[in-house]
Design a protein around this ligand. Sequence first.
Ligand SMILES: O=C(O)CCC(=O)C(=O)O
Ligand SMILES: [Fe+2]
Length: 355
Amino acid sequence: MNPTMNSISSETFKTTPSHPEHTIPLDFTNVPKLPDSHAWTLPHQPIDPFTQEPLPIIDLAKPDVSKLVRHACEEWGAFQITNHGIPICLLNEIEYQTRRLFSLPAESKLLAVRSPEGFTGYGLARISPFFSKLMWSEGFSIIGSPVEHASQLWPEDHAKFCEVMEQFQEEMKALSEKMVAIMLSSLGLTHEEDVKWFEPMKEGCDQSTCVLQLNSYPVCPDPGRAMGLAPHTDSSVLTLLYQGNISGLQVQRDDAAGWMPVEPVEGALVVNVGDLMHIVSNGRFKSVLHRALVNNEHHRVSTAYFYGPPRDAKVSPLRKLIDRDHPPLYRPVTWKDYLEAKSKHFSKALESIRL
Ligand SMILES: O=C(O)CCC(=O)C(=O)O
Ligand SMILES: [Fe+2]
């Protein structure tokens, strides 16, 4: 592994495996010892949480949300939200269905494996090809209805799974729109006027670039040397993450400071600034470098919703944020172009479009 490979891309781009013998996740049940293929050498560099301002937790029902969100996006590129309006019963339901899926025997999960040219289904983390070591995790990607793969997993009994996943995507899309609006208005922008690419999404014309990613981090025999999900930034506009009540997520505020755990808060969602928001805000909001660690007691699952614009919409630094003192930092790109840049330049994708 290249330890300098820090900010890596994430979810919907296509990549070629660097270790073709491992195109599907390990059968994690009854692995008594961490295999060499999964043993990482990077020290985990934890931060002393008492020396740092903790990651902001923002109550959306309180006043001053806009100021708090701006501060969080400028300083951290991530924050947690409470009072977001997503019912706790839906969050419990999504966690239940996610656990139900990943608790299936390995041979059943392989019936729903993501095809080499596909974007959806069961498989390794998408960022796997960028690392020589494998991650202690498995994933299931959904765009719209998961019925094609779910019916492979449960021929008779997939209706509830599909219903919950579809309902959750609808709720996440609406909440993402709300959060984008708050973020932009915190910079003095009204998204209706300023962000043309945003319109088709709001009208529901194109939902195809939003992805629901279910992640599973099985109990690990040697968590100190394993990596659940290697450091990366999300390529999305923003990501909404539900991590249940098991720790593992960490964010990096800046290179020197080490990794800050994002401790679960009951019913809260984590918001990550993605690379596209980094671009439209002309670098004011930072896409956050984050990773997930594993443990030897609990099977951790998480649900990430990546919110993206229509594939062909142009994304560029917003005009109102540009003046003589703040020249545009990035050239205009479509989401499609950006994902291509990400799969080619990996951690250097943002740099590759820098003016
Ligand atoms: O599981 C987590 O906490 C992080 C998941 C994540 O970063 C991702 O799916 O991109
Ligand atoms: Fe991520």
